[in-house]
Ligand binder design. Structure first.
Ligand SMILES: [Zn+2]
Length: 218
């Protein structure tokens, strides 16, 4: 990093914001649907099922074929003793707790153990909070928080939130008008992640207002 860039990233010149990225559509496993006689993407139904077999419990997350609604039960656990399951998990399963189910539905690592082909979506809701702001800021510092796995790439996030083309995002990055001190050169192509930080300079003074609105979500 050059001396000039360090100077530009001085806290006193920054509008600092935190963006929390909330993915909208859970990943969809592609499975051979026996009713369709073809591989189809299965959608999470948002429902779980708990089944008692003697003193053992099974729990599944229910998926439905996107074409015919045939169901697939994705095991969460099988043949587990009641005593081995914590009270919170049991309560969540019994009440179909949407927050708990959402966390399972977005657990791509667990889903990969069940199927190879998985459809991912990069639709995301972005919740924006201003961390600090100085009267004369010349750059925006964006701090990312990603509570559950989100598939959206950094370049697409920046492009869509600031209303820029991906080419424009690339050229800002190449010119270091968009940069990061937390991630490497290939950051734009990677998924968003918690702890990633970007700085975007205000290149044209006329853009300051629109950049502020986009950064702060106003
Ligand atoms: Zn089907």
């Amino acid at each position: 990093m050059s001396f000039l860039q360090e100077d530009q990233d001085d806290m006193s010149n920054l509008l600092r914001v935190e963006w929390t990225i909330i993915p909208q559509i859970p990943p969809q496993p592609w499975l051979d649907c026996s009713a369709c006689s073809a591989p189809k993407p299965f959608e999470c139904s948002g429902k779980a099922r708990l089944n008692a077999n003697g003193k053992k419990l099974d729990a599944w997350l229910i998926y439905e074929c996107s074409a015919c609604s045939k169901t697939w039960n994705r095991p969460i656990f099988e043949r587990r003793s009641i005593g081995d399951i914590d009270a919170k998990t049991l309560q969540a399963l019994q009440s179909n707790d949407p927050t708990w189910i959402r966390a399972r539905a977005f657990d791509l690592v667990a889903l990969r153990r069940r199927t190879r082909r998985i459809g991912e979506f990069d639709d995301a809701d972005v919740r924006k909070v201003v961390l600090s702001m100085t009267p004369v800021w010349s750059a925006v510092e964006i701090n990312l928080v990603v509570p559950m796995l989100a598939s959206i790439r950094v370049d697409k996030l920046i492009a869509s939130e600031f209303g820029l083309s991906r080419n424009r995002v690339q050229s800002l990055w190449a010119a270091s008008a968009l940069r990061s001190d937390t991630d490497g050169r290939d950051m734009l192509r990677r998924r968003v992640r918690t702890g990633a930080r970007l700085v975007l300079d205000v290149v044209e003074l006329n853009d300051r207002v629109s950049i502020e609105m986009a950064a702060c979500g106003r």
